[in-house]
Design a protein. Structure first.
Length: 89
C-alpha cells in the first residue's frame, strides 16, 4: 500500500489501485514534473533524479523489483541456452 505523504502540497494517497482516469493521471504527471523542476533548480544531476524516481517507483509497488529481476534472469538463461552454454532441466 502507498504511504501517505506528510507534505501538505501533495495529495493524500491511501490506495495502491491503478490510476484509471485522465484527471488522476494528469495529476501524477504534474507532480512528476514539479519534482523534476525542483531537482533541476537545486542543481541535482539528472541521472541521480532518475535513479531516485525509479527507486521510489519500485518501493511503491511491492514485488515489482523481484518480478523484474526474475524476468531479467529468465532472459539471461534463454540467451545462454541458445548459445548452448546452459542445458534445459
Amino acid at each position: 500500500m502507498a504511504q501517505p505523504s506528510s507534505d501538505p502540497t501533495l495529495p493524500h494517497v491511501t490506495s495502491s489501485e491503478p490510476v484509471t482516469d485522465d484527471t488522476s493521471w494528469r495529476e501524477v504527471v504534474q507532480l512528476l514534473r514539479r519534482s523534476a523542476q525542483l531537482a533541476a533548480r537545486r542543481g541535482m544531476a539528472s541521472d541521480r533524479f532518475m535513479e531516485e524516481a525509479w527507486a521510489a517507483c519500485l518501493d511503491a509497488r511491492p514485488g515489482l523489483r523481484e518480478e523484474l529481476e526474475d524476468k531479467e534472469l529468465r532472459a539471461q538463461l534463454k540467451k545462454l541456452r541458445r548459445r548452448g552454454l546452459v542445458g534445459r532441466a
